[in-house]
Structure formats: structure tokens, C-alpha cells
Design a protein around this ligand. Structure first.
Ligand SMILES: O=C(O)CCC(=O)C(=O)O
Ligand SMILES: [Fe+2]
Length: 316
């Protein structure tokens, strides 16, 4: 019997309207999905269709710029991982160069005392790409808030105080990164031999992904060593547990291996990932409610900054 994996679709609107019964249900559903498969899709969220459509339109406009215009914004010019990467620059799975283009933004910071992943964004000019900067930052701020909401539900799911992760998710110094991707289509023959994004786990704590209707994202089922599609669901965000949450929860919540197969399609695929990387000075160690009777923490405490430097460093 072939294994089939269900990626649950969870409606969080009852939590947002403070319904106590729904809040319990939503927290329990997220707990169960975070244990396995480590991925779920969220509907009833606060990101409007209008904002999502305006963002996707702006991202398409950005990627249709000439190569030279995009290369002027190359991430190699940035001290803080911001900007453009062309096809083949990142390797997340040994033996495969990612066949995606990416454009990374983060919190707009300047001045003294900037640290890892902190600093200014790089933007195309208004003439080249009108409105791109504005809608990107509007989206970024909306996603910071949405992430705080998701962390509050995760906190409840772990029997923690609701605001336990607020500073990590939403503090003024916290690192959050948003990367838009374009995946070029491929032929059926090449699809199996290339990767849109090679197999990896996410470095941070929680990722919120907006994908279009093309498909290609797959998650790995460890027990059977098989790959399973995360089918696009209208209006949904794909949310997945990252490595930091796996460490925090002593492996109770799972940071699942995933990849993107280049689309076998006439059309490109677009996706926008929002990464919650956290507070650089925070030490990630087993959360007390995640340690059962007689269990020991499986991981050494690690500082967020050290963890991120290592993971980003290894992938380029
Ligand atoms: O584009 C996607 O569907 C997934 C992207 C992803 O896994 C990542 O950027 O970490
Ligand atoms: Fe990922």
C-alpha cells in the first residue's frame, strides 16, 4: 500500500475571534500537525486576498526585469543576506543547485551596532518597478503580525503562556526574513534530475509560505522514505516547523525535510516564504513543558546567532 500523508488544513478564525472552544480545538490541531508531519496549511488567517494579489503581481513584475537590473541588487552586495540570487546560487541538497531565483528582504535597519542578518534592504528604483518596495514592506509588516499570532497558538499548543514567544517573534530586534521565489518550468525528463529547491529543513523556528496554484512542494516521510506533495489550497498559508522549534521541543515537534520540484508546466511557479529566525542573543534550549518524566534534553543549548550563521553559511 502506498503511504499517503495528510497535511491538515486548519482554520484559525475561531482563535482570532477569541472563541474559547475553538481556541482549544485550533491549538490541539496545531499540536498534532506539528508533531507529524511538521507541516500544515492555515486558512481563516488575517492576510487579505487583496494584499496577496498585489504582492504576487509586484513580485512577477520584479522578476520580469532584465537580468542586469536584478544583478545590480545581488545579495553579494549586501552585508545582511538581502537582495537577489539567480538560478543555481544556493545549494540546499548535495548534488543539486537550486533552479530558483530568489529575492530576500528583511527589517529595514541602518546605523550603528548592526549584527548578523540586520541592515538595509536593496530595492529596484520606482521607475523600474513601481510600488514594489511599498507593497513588499506592507506585506512584511503584515506577516510579522501574522507570525506573532501563529506563535501564540504554538505557545498554547505547548501548554505555555500565550505570549511566551512574543519577544522572539515580534521584538524590535528579532530577525525575520521574507524571500520571494520564481521557479522556472522544466521538462518532464529534467524534472526528476533537478530541484527548484533541494531537500532541506528550515533553519529558523516557523516558516509561513504563500504558494501559487502550480504545486511542486514536497515533504519527506521519514519512516517510509517517500516524498509527498503539499497540494496548493486556495487562500492557505503553508506553515512548517523549523529546526529551532525542533530543538526547543526536544524533537516533539518535527522540522520536516522538504523540497520543491521544478514545475512541469507552461508557467513559472511563484512562492513567498516568511522565515521567523528569532532573537540573535536568545539561547535555544529545551522548553520545560517539553521534557517528559525521566527524559533528558537531546540538544546542547545554542545561541540563535551561531545557529543561523552556520546554516546560512553552509548553503551558499
Ligand atoms: O517555494 C516553496 O514552496 C518552498 C520554499 C522553501 O522551502 C524555502 O524557501 O525554505
Ligand atoms: Fe524551506
Amino acid at each position: 500500500m502506498p503511504i499517503s500523508i495528510s497535511i491538515p488544513v486548519i482554520d484559525i478564525s475561531g482563535y482570532l475571534s477569541s472563541d474559547p472552544v475553538e481556541t482549544k480545538r485550533v491549538a490541539a490541531a496545531i499540536r498534532s500537525a506539528a508533531i507529524a508531519p511538521g507541516f500544515f496549511q492555515v486558512v481563516g488567517h488575517p492576510i487579505t486576498l487583496d494584499l496577496r494579489q498585489r504582492l504576487i503581481a509586484a513580485v512577477k513584475q520584479f522578476y520580469s526585469l532584465p537580468r542586469e537590473a536584478k544583478n545590480k541588487l545581488h545579495r553579494n552586495n549586501s552585508t545582511c543576506l538581502r537582495g537577489y540570487e539567480s538560478v543555481g546560487e544556493q545549494t540546499l541538497e548535495e548534488g543539486y543547485r537550486d533552479a530558483k531565483e530568489g529575492f530576500m528582504i528583511g527589517q529595514e535597519l541602518s546605523g550603528e551596532g548592526l549584527r548578523f542578518a540586520q541592515g538595509p534592504n536593496q530595492w529596484p528604483s520606482e521607475e523600474e518597478c513601481p510600488g514594489f518596495r511599498e507593497v513588499s514592506m506592507e506585506y512584511f509588516e503584515a506577516m510579522r503580525l501574522f507570525s506573532r499570532t501563529m506563535f501564540r497558538i504554538v505557545a498554547l499548543s505547548l501548554d505555555l503562556e500565550e505570549k511566551y514567544f512574543d519577544e522572539f517573534a515580534y521584538g524590535s530586534n528579532t530577525v525575520t526574513m521574507c524571500r520571494a521565489h520564481r521557479y522556472p518550468p522544466t521538462t518532464p525528463e529534467m524534472a526528476g534530475k533537478s530541484r527548484g529547491i533541494g531537500a532541506h529543513t528550515d533553519f529558523g523556528a516557523l516558516t509561513l509560505l504563500l504558494q501559487d496554484d502550480i504545486g511542486g512542494l514536497e515533504v519527506f516521510h521519514r519512516p517510509s522514505e517517500t516524498w509527498h506533495p503539499v497540494h496548493p489550497v486556495k487562500d492557505a498559508y503553508v506553515v512548517n516547523i523549523g529546526d529551532m522549534t525542533e530543538r526547543w521541543t526536544n524533537d516533539k515537534y518535527t522540522s520536516t525535510l522538504h523540497r520543491v520540484i521544478s514545475p512541469v508546466s507552461e508557467r513559472e511557479r511563484y512562492s513567498i516564504a516568511f522565515f521567523n529566525e528569532g532573537l540573535l542573543d536568545q539561547v535555544i534550549e529545551c522548553i520545560p513543558t517539553c521534557l517528559g518524566e525521566g527524559e533528558k534534553p537531546k540538544y546542547e543549548p545554542i545561541k540563535v546567532e551561531d545557529h543561523l550563521k552556520k546554516r546560512y553559511g553552509n548553503s551558499y
